[in-house]
Design a protein around this ligand. Sequence first.
Ligand SMILES: Nc1ncnc2c1ncn2[C@@H]1O[C@H](COP(=O)(O)OP(=O)(O)OP(=O)(O)O)[C@@H](O)[C@H]1O
Ligand SMILES: [Mg+2]
Length: 491
Amino acid sequence: MISIQCPKVASNREMNIEEALEIVESAIEQGHLNRVQEIVFRQSWEGKSYTEIARSSGYEAGYVRDAGCRLWQVLSRAFGKKVTKNNLHGVLKKEIDAVAHATQTYCSYAPEWQQAQQPVAQLMSMEATTGQYQDWADAVDVSIFYNRTAELATLQQWVVKERCRLVTIFGMGGIGKTALVVKLAQQVQDNFQYLIWRSLRNTPLLKDLIAELIQFHFQGQHINLADTASGRILQLMTHLRSSRCLLILDNVESILQSGNHIGCYQAGYEDYGQLFRCMAETPHSSCLMLTSREKPRSLTAKEGEKLPVRSLRLAGLDVIACREIFRARGEFLASESEWSILIQHYAGNPLVLKMVAPVIQDFFDCSISKFLLFIKQNTFIFGDIRYLFDQQFNRLANLEKELLYFLAVKQNPVPFSELIANFAPTLCRTDVIVTLASLQQRSLIEKVDDGFTLLLVVKRYFINKMIEEDRTETISQEIDCFNEKSLNKLI
Ligand SMILES: Nc1ncnc2c1ncn2[C@@H]1O[C@H](COP(=O)(O)OP(=O)(O)OP(=O)(O)O)[C@@H](O)[C@H]1O
Ligand SMILES: [Mg+2]
């Protein structure tokens, strides 16, 4: 058993780093952090990323990251709960609150020597009344996070003020869904007794996922779990009614079908639809947040401005935030308008911009204008960006692909009537409408005043695909004479 010394921190003010370090060193078995652990702890406390810590300390980034992982494991063992870079402040604040609370009540009847020996396990059992349980699993580090003020305000309003039961954040790969939800969860965590984060990337069966959630809720007590997924959903709902929980499921697209129109569950995962339905339709005091590249189809009909089910389609970052992403890598040369063109070209997608920035540094002397000239003259698309779009392309239905190829070669937005005229002879009107809606929900096409169009980076990707698949005939039909120059006009 270990005991925590309680530094004199009034629980209503921010704890400083020295106090935090004192708590940590009194809790861990070895009694003190080694040099690199202390550096990682101090700078993580200040919200620095591993890269920044590596830069300022002179250690290799990989070494710092490994030291960080080991440190969080040591702290998790010491505090009996998962400690990560993200929840460090929260865990220590709760620890100090629990110790302060225990010391006050304990003082009234315990001899002085026992006060210093209050075991962590005993203090933690008070958490159910004084604090919260959190499991962030492998949620990402968001110590570098720009803007999204409006989106965070909207989500706070929905989750905290209006107590929405189910909120979905959807948008194209890399647009920042996960980062946004981690940030939001950090901001709203105090409003919930339980917070649990899970990624569906490895497609867990619902039965197993719920078993984990219920086990977490009961903190290791023995529970008789129902045999079926439906039975377990009912058991879970009982807990979600009795406590206010924030449950976050990331990467929901992993359990959805590919090769079909958007939003159908994969075989064997249909019961997730039942869970989402229960969360949306039955009264409870918790909130389920989903992030997905594709919106599960069953949810759309349940959403509404006045209903407890909402969704937010996440667009790219604004120019200022995007420029910060570049600034974090170093100095780049560009005029205001070049910045705008670059960022518009990549739809403000932070992941794509993070992939582009090192290319501009390494091959274009940090000059955005040289890079823009290059992409104007070449249809080439970088490996990592290509991989990101390949993932989305491989999930499309055939009709969706055909429609995207059709739109990719058009220089101007295509009116709905033209799409119908082109596709309706062989397809029924409804199929065209359903396909357009599906593509909009995948964030691959945009509706503008005079029709439908592709984001520039998506257009570039599809033109590349067409060249590879030797569909240049389709392109040349659209342009009088197909040559390098006319193709460049398109992208
Ligand atoms: N507001 C932001 N400020 C700075 N960086 C950001 C921001 N949002 C996202 N990023 C960075 O962009 C990258 C992609 O973000 P994220 O993983 O959240 O995207 P995603 O939409 O969840 O992607 P996927 O569909 O692949 O799950 C990450 O490296 C993340 O740190
Ligand atoms: Mg994500």
